[in-house]
Write a protein that binds this ligand. Structure first.
Ligand SMILES: [Mg+2]
Length: 366
């Protein structure tokens, strides 16, 4: 398909409930929606999931706009591609900037599967018709977190991830475990610890956590390997994983026992598939993470999570977890604790372009 037009919509939405991690507080969320149109008028949608600030990774909304406008879009515009992996390969002549690349590549996957008249899930090799999902509980007073877990449990979520910091970890986790001794519970420290905190982290083994996500900095493979030898709780790497190569390094060093994939963080769905296959071959559990994203990225994650190798429920909550109204319909909903994998062509949902226009702060057309 020839990419005839690219449009970028910089949108901003207020979160229903402010979301706090060890990095800081999010009240509003900017994202960039990518719309590709081919020569026949078929469109594909993707999303750039970078945050406004370089807390989670180095990319931001503004760096993504720069990379998209000045490098990525001129490279793919008016070019013919036969498969999304060719788009990924072409964009990889530029270093870094995986979220900007994934926005384009994801939109091309949607376009590609529409042209093939199949769902994105099928195009990716997905098998499941519905997927179990987990939810992330924002950092807060323990009493508030307990109430939220109770509510999320009623809504049907099967796995609970709580955001902690090294200041509050023991207090928060022990209160949650007192009330919910058997729920599938994990913590995400977003790089808040260092090797000096090994004794503190060892104390958390008693809580039988499903995993601890990213205790150390993103390039601290060696330190994670030292920690993993000392603690029984499996380490899951998130911020450390930008590519299959990073997974290979982590595996060789035994720096973790679990991997979470976010297509944005690894440059798109093509790289996500490579990581999934590698993890399956090497018996490394793998799951799909989340980025406080809109329905476009969210439903793309649902399609990805339908692959057989994703054995741990992902951070794929319902649209209503963060939004009063999503930019897709039908919105992502939980039914009996599961999310149905759309079987319509492409993303399998309708993008609410009117709402995107209304939310747009800036629109760019190429
Ligand atoms: Mg994380």
């Amino acid at each position: 398909m020839l990419i005839q037009q690219v449009e970028l919509f910089l949108i901003e939405q207020q979160l229903r409930i402010p979301f706090k991690t060890s990095y800081g507080l999010y009240e509003n969320r900017e994202t960039i929606i990518v719309k590709l149109t081919d020569a026949s008028g078929t469109v594909g949608f993707g999303e750039v999931v970078a945050f406004s600030e370089p807390w989670y990774t180095a990319e931001t909304i503004q760096t993504s706009l720069h990379i998209l406008q000045d490098f990525l879009i001129p490279t793919i515009l008016n070019k013919v591609f036969t498969h999304p992996s060719e788009v990924a390969e072409t964009l990889n002549i530029f270093k870094g900037n995986p979220m900007a690349k994934a926005g384009i590549e994801g939109a091309y996957w949607d376009l590609f599967s529409k042209k093939k008249d199949i769902s994105l899930a099928k195009a990716l090799g997905g098998m499941k018709e519905e997927i179990p999902v987990g939810v992330v509980v924002s950092m807060n007073e323990p009493e508030v977190m307990l109430q939220q877990i109770e509510r999320f449990q009623i809504e049907g979520y099967e796995r609970f991830k709580i955001k902690v910091s090294k200041q509050n970890d023991y207090e928060v986790i022990s209160k949650i475990r007192d009330k919910f001794p058997t729920i599938s519970l994990m913590i995400d420290a977003n790089s808040d610890y260092t090797l000096n905190d090994i004794e503190q982290l060892k104390r958390l083994d008693q809580f039988k956590l499903l995993m601890i996500e990213q205790p150390f900095g993103d390039r601290d493979f060696m330190d994670h390997a030292i920690l993993q030898k000392e603690i029984a709780t499996p380490i899951c790497l998130d911020e450390s994983i930008y590519s299959l190569e990073d997974v290979e390094i982590a595996f060789a060093l035994q720096a973790c026992k679990i991997i979470t994939i976010k297509p944005g963080r690894v440059g798109g769905l093509t790289e996500s598939l490579k990581i999934h296959d590698y993890c399956v071959e090497n018996n490394m559990p793998v799951w799909v993470g989340g980025m406080i994203e809109t329905g476009i990225s969210r439903i793309q994650n649902v399609a990805l999570a339908s692959l057989a190798g994703f054995t741990i429920p992902g951070d794929i909550s319902a649209s209503s977890r963060h939004w009063e109204q999503d930019i897709i319909y039908p919105e992502v909903k939980l039914e009996n604790g599961k999310v149905k994998v759309p079987n319509g062509v492409g993303l399998g949902i309708t993008v609410n372009e009117e709402r995107i226009k209304n939310l747009s702060k800036k629109v760019f057309k190429f």
